[in-house]
Design a protein. Structure first.
Length: 122
């Protein structure tokens, strides 16, 4: 997927594909007061609900099943209208999953960086 854009242009993902920015996930090592636990994926999250910019801190247990790239490199997340369509032809990191009721996500890798794609189930 090679394409060049000018500094003032928005990315194709938002301008042409219809993806919408949701959050940036930042891995951390130390506990944060008030973090919420996601038991089936064995990690904690904090900050999304209080950040006007969608910043979410993520702390992973040692036995968290997620890929090391997700646990060590910040990611950006987009809401997509159709997750299966959005991931077609892209490099997946693991399998799509349901971190919470009504949310299906897939992690992809682009230029070595993790990107989260989210579909909210109606």
């Amino acid at each position: 997927m090679d394409y060049l854009r000018k500094e003032h242009e928005m990315p194709l993902a938002t301008e042409e594909w219809g993806w919408k920015y949701h959050h940036i996930g930042i891995p951390v090592k130390d506990p944060i007061p008030g973090e919420r636990y996601i038991p089936h994926l064995r990690f904690y999250v904090k900050g999304f609900d209080t950040s006007p910019f969608g910043i979410e801190f993520m702390r992973f247990e040692d036995d968290c099943p997620l890929d090391e790239l997700i646990k060590t490199v910040p990611h950006i997340a987009f809401v997509v209208p159709d997750l299966n369509k959005a991931i077609k032809g892209l490099e997946l990191i693991g399998e799509p999953n349901f971190p919470m009721d009504g949310i299906k996500v897939a992690m992809i890798k682009h230029n070595g960086a993790p990107i989260e794609l989210m579909e909210f189930q109606q």
